[in-house]
Design a protein around this ligand. Structure first.
Ligand code: BMA
Length: 358
């Protein structure tokens, strides 16, 4: 009787362990290993945000699939904005149930998923509601209503990942080097920002989801290493070093885009090497693809300069009646469709089944 009482729970634990940890490894270790392999190969996984759920026509068509004749992005970014409110849909009207399903489908295809999060401001308003009050300081101070909100909200984000049951890249509190989000360093202090990150990790640990998560740090453009590291939470809390940089002002902006990317990505690349982290181009794109042959003449040569990048992700194709012109991958009939097909046909650009090799 005594023996049975002890053996059963042990057997149960062993079984559960073998289900969640392939080969005895935690699931996130598998993702990190794949990203390291991508980084070491002459290969960059190509991704898009919200790729599979609406498309410019809003009819659920995946523009990426339609334009490539059936391929999927190797990586898809999803945004958790409004999970903090327990809303059934995210800030771009994607039902969280659909998001979970798509993350699992992407996993089954051998692809990768990354999650960003545009949470509301705990004092009211959305992510972009910036006022003169240091909200992050309040959010990291125990006993404040803002701290209560952040703890509850972060646990909801963690539970979503846990319920989805698939290892993901999590990229919270992004673009903190800019001042447009309430958590941006210009609106707080590096110390408070770092505290916010460590609380996020602590809550993920407490929710038992840490072994599903690979953590990505993704400032916007940074002029220097010092600026890049200003809010860096620490080597023990980050796996991926990224950067979010967009091409603005069409042809007039090409030189600025390239110079800014070269500068920031060189910082990402060298720091990743020194720290043993994975370098990635966590967000980019040229809205409306307003530059002729942007994919093959701007992005591709840039990526070739940074062969250690594990992945690159462009932003979403919004429904045109809601956000006209807010798209980053061409759809069938778009003048840049052929150029995009040429881009994804380059052997170093990994999409669809190609990702299964990594
Ligand atoms: C922004 C835009 C917004 C969107 C947000 C979160 O860059 O695409 O329309 O709500 O990302 O996905």
């Amino acid at each position: 009787m005594i023996i049975r009482n002890h053996i059963l729970p042990v057997l149960l634990l062993l079984c559960l362990g073998s289900i969640s940890c392939r080969g005895g490894q935690e699931p996130s270790a598998g993702i990190r290993q794949r990203l390291v392999t991508l980084s070491q190969a002459d290969a960059v996984a190509f991704g898009q945000a919200d790729a599979t759920v609406y498309g410019v026509n809003g009819n659920g068509q995946c523009d990426f699939r339609a334009v490539t004749g059936g391929s999927y992005p190797a990586l898809i970014n999803w945004d958790l904005g409004l999970i903090e409110r327990d809303s059934p849909v995210n800030l771009d009207s994607v039902p969280f149930s659909v998001m979970s399903h798509e993350i699992r489908a992407q996993h089954e295809r051998g692809g990768l998923s990354t999650l960003s999060w545009h949470p509301r401001n705990p004092r009211g308003g959305d992510s972009w509601s910036v006022d003169s009050i240091d909200v992050v300081k309040l959010a990291v101070t125990e006993g404040t209503p803002e701290n209560d909100s952040i703890r509850l909200w972060t646990s909801r984000a963690a539970r979503f990942i846990k319920k989805t049951g698939v290892p993901v890249i999590f990229r919270p509190w992004h673009e903190m080097s800019g001042g447009w989000f309430w958590w941006g360093v210009p609106n707080t202090t590096p110390e408070s920002y770092k505290k916010l990150w460590s609380i996020t990790r602590e809550i993920f640990d407490n929710e038992g989801v840490s072994d599903m998560v690979t953590w990505a740090y993704s400032p916007d453009r940074c002029a220097t290493r010092e600026q890049y590291l200003e809010a860096y939470p620490g080597d023990n809390l980050v796996d991926i070093l990224g950067a979010d940089i967009y091409h603005f002002n069409a042809d007039k902006g090409t030189d600025d885009y390239l110079a800014t990317c070269r500068n920031t990505l060189a910082i990402v690349d060298s720091l990743a090497k020194e720290k043993g982290k994975i370098p990635a181009f966590t967000e980019t794109g040229c809205e409306s693809i307003a530059v002729d042959k942007w994919y093959t003449s701007v992005l591709l040569p840039l990526l070739k300069e940074f062969p250690r990048l594990a992945y690159v992700c462009v932003w979403r194709n919004a429904i045109h009646t809601k956000n006209p012109g807010h798209f980053y991958v061409p759809f069938p009939g778009h003048p840049q469709a052929q150029d995009f097909i040429q881009f994804v046909s380059n052997p170093s650009i990994i999409i669809s089944d190609g990702i299964k090799k990594y």
